[in-house]
Each structure stands twice: as C-alpha cells, then as structure tokens.
Write a protein that binds this ligand. Structure first.
Ligand SMILES: Cc1cc2nc3c(=O)[nH]c(=O)nc-3n(C[C@H](O)[C@H](O)[C@H](O)COP(=O)(O)O)c2cc1C
Length: 351
C-alpha cells in the first residue's frame, strides 16, 4: 500500500481516476439525473447508479437534506461516546458497511477483484472497530462465497446477507455463516427485484412470512430482513421472528420512484421501536447524516457507495480511514447537539 495515501481526499482522488466514466466521486453522491452513473431509464446499464430515472436514489439524499440539526452548546464540555453494541459485539460506532456485492457494477475486476473488495470492506471495518456486511450476487456460490471468506479471515467479524434465493440455498449459506461465526445473517428481500440474478439463471423470489419463519428457525444466528420500506413489511418481519430490519430501498436500485428512507423511517419507528432492531441505509454520507438517522429513531446505519469508493481508492486502509472519519464527524455532531452518548440522541436534536 502506498504510504503517501494519508487522507480521505487522497483516497477519493485515486478512486476518481479508477472510476472514470462509472462514478464521478462527486462531493455530493446524490443520484442527481445528470450524474455519470445515472440514466438507466434511457438504456444505460445500472452500474453503480439508481434504477430507472434514479429518483429513488436521489430521494434518499433529498430526504436527509430536509432535516436540520439543532445546535446546543451552553453546558459543560464532554467527549461524546459513540460506542455501539450490535448482537453482543462492541463496536466503536453505530456505522457499518452495507452489503454491496458485484464489482461488475463498478468497473469489474480491472478496477478491483471481488475478493479484494470483500477483504477491504471486512478487514478495513474491523480495523476501524466496526463491522462489514457482505452481500450476494450471481457470481457467488456456496463453494465460492467471497464475502464469507473475508468474514472467516476476520474471525467472524461481519454479517452475511443472502439474496432471496430458494429456501434450501439460503439455509446452506446461513449454515456456512454459522461455521465462520458471523455476527448475524439476513436476506435482502428487495433483491427479488434483481435483474442480474434472473439474467444469470440464479432465480430470486418474494418471501412470505412463513418462509421467513422457516429461515429464522433454521439458524441460531440473529436474522436480519433488509429492504423494508413500509410499516406492513416491518410488522411482517417482526412476526416472522427477525431480530432486525434494515429500512432500505437498496440504494434506489430495485424500484423507481420510492420515497427516501429517511421519509419512511419515522412511521416504522413509531410502530416498532424497542420491539426489533431498526437499522437504516440510503444516501448517508457523513456523520451529520448518521446523527439525523439516529434522531429519527434508527439504532445504527449502513454505508454503501462511499465504502465502494474507499475500497477502490486504498483497499483495507481506505475503508479504515473512511470509517474513522465517519466516527469523528458523528462525535463532533453529537458534541454540537449536546448528546453525550447514542442513548441521548432523540428527535430533540432535529429542528
Ligand atoms: C453496486 C451495488 C451493489 C449492491 N449489492 C447489494 C447486495 O448484494 N446485497 C444487498 O443487500 N444490498 C446491495 N446493495 C445495496 C446496499 O447494501 C445499500 O442498501 C445501499 O448501497 C445504501 O445506499 P448508499 O449506497 O446510498 O449508501 C448494493 C448497492 C450497490 C450500489
């Protein structure tokens, strides 16, 4: 690794070079229709952008921008505590890397190999004191599951999310995840909208409450249901015995014209806070965004595209530096809004 790479800016400059024509590594990764990654509704392949018009991706960003933070300063000084317990593991921050898979979406193996991508995310997160989640795509199999290999190398320090494949295959992935001592497993139920899986003869399905129950009872690991965008699905996941949900529209990649996740999060929190772990992702770029999502009631957040760029920029070190930066800004935001710990973050910090 190049020792000259020291800052997040260095990392992002390298990623910008490597991702020319794929991702502009813009100051704001906002899913604006004019961005180089967008335009799928006019025939461009999905790449790293959003589906169709890109509105769902863009709405994630815009939804967060609608909230403002209340600065509250006149009291004693303190150092904010960002420590977070996730299924028994103590993390340095409530910020984890999202389950992104398929380097073909961002330039393929000449930019970064699937193996290196997974290792960068999982080991970089571990070095920053947090967890890397790993996804699933048509190039993954039980024999060659890049994400699980990286999690095994990290001594179980990771989460495995499986596409909504047939029940038997999901259970086998869960079984392997148990063997490598993953912190948790899950299914991205919104992955049933994946073109890539169907196009490569790897069918994916919608899942019923009964099927999710069957998956939950097949493993002793906590099961996470990712891709929840309405109260009904959140309640169904709870009824099926899921330990956590991720409020997510898959980064705006599976259905055009959904709201942003920050828009639907409050209604889900109102119904389910305290009854199931609520995690959220979509458009979260800074520690300030993290604070907003926690103030809206999420327990923790996932970071997708920014972690792709960090891993392409500088591998394990890039992801570590990115996550540490996220933590630093979250701590600063907590100090400026008078929150000493994560427990003290409430909707009061929003104006
Ligand atoms: C290129 C790409 C591939 C993805 N692959 C997966 C996947 O395999 N499994 C999954 O659960 N989510 C997948 N996602 C969605 C992310 O886990 C996450 O929900 C999303 O990226 C969060 O939004 P953000 O990128 O704006 O942070 C993918 C996202 C991108 C951009």
């Amino acid at each position: 690794m190049n020792p000259d790479i020291k800052t997040l800016e260095d990392i992002r400059d390298i990623a910008r070079e490597k991702l020319k024509g794929i991702c502009g590594v813009y100051k704001d990764c906002d899913g604006d229709p004019r961005r180089v990654c967008q335009g799928q509704s006019y025939g461009k392949t999905l790449g790293i952008g959003g589906i169709g018009s890109g509105a769902s991706f863009n709405n994630n960003f815009l939804a967060l921008r609608k909230y403002h933070l209340k600065m509250k300063l006149i009291n004693e000084d303190f150092i904010p505590d960002t420590k977070y317990i996730f299924f028994g593991k103590e993390l340095a921050m409530p910020i984890m890397a999202a389950s992104v898979a398929g380097v073909i979406s961002f330039g393929g193996e000449k930019v970064i190999t699937e193996e290196n991508f997974c290792r960068s995310v999982v080991l970089g997160c571990r070095d920053a004191g947090t967890l890397g989640w790993r996804g699933d795509t048509y190039t993954y199999s039980l024999e060659n599951s890049y994400g699980l290999n990286a999690i095994a190398e990290a001594g179980g320090w990771g989460v495995k999310i499986v596409k909504p494949r047939d029940q038997g295959t999901i259970m086998k992935f869960f079984n392997k995840a148990e063997e490598v001592r993953c912190a948790a497993v899950g299914v991205d139920v919104d992955g049933c909208g994946s073109y890539a899986m169907a196009a490569h003869n790897e069918p994916v399905y919608k899942k019923s409450i009964e099927e999710i129950k069957e998956l939950v009872s097949s493993t002793n690991l906590p099961v996470i249901i990712k891709g929840i965008m309405c109260v009904e699905d959140a309640l169904a996941a709870k009824e099926a015995g899921a330990a956590a949900i991720v409020v997510s529209n898959h980064g705006g990649r599976v259905l055009d014209h959904t709201p942003g996740t920050a828009e639907v999060l409050p209604s889900i929190v109102k119904e389910l806070k305290g009854k199931i772990k609520i995690i959220v992702d979509g458009g979260i770029r800074t520690g300030y965004d993290v604070l907003k999502m926690l103030a809206l009631g999420a327990e923790s957040v996932l970071i997708g595209r920014d972690i792709v760029r960090a891993s392409i920029g500088a591998g394990i070190k890039g992801v570590k530096i990115h996550m540490e930066y996220m933590q630093k800004i979250l701590a600063k935001a907590m100090k400026m809004t008078n929150c000493k710990s994560l427990q003290e973050i409430t909707s009061e910090v929003l104006v």
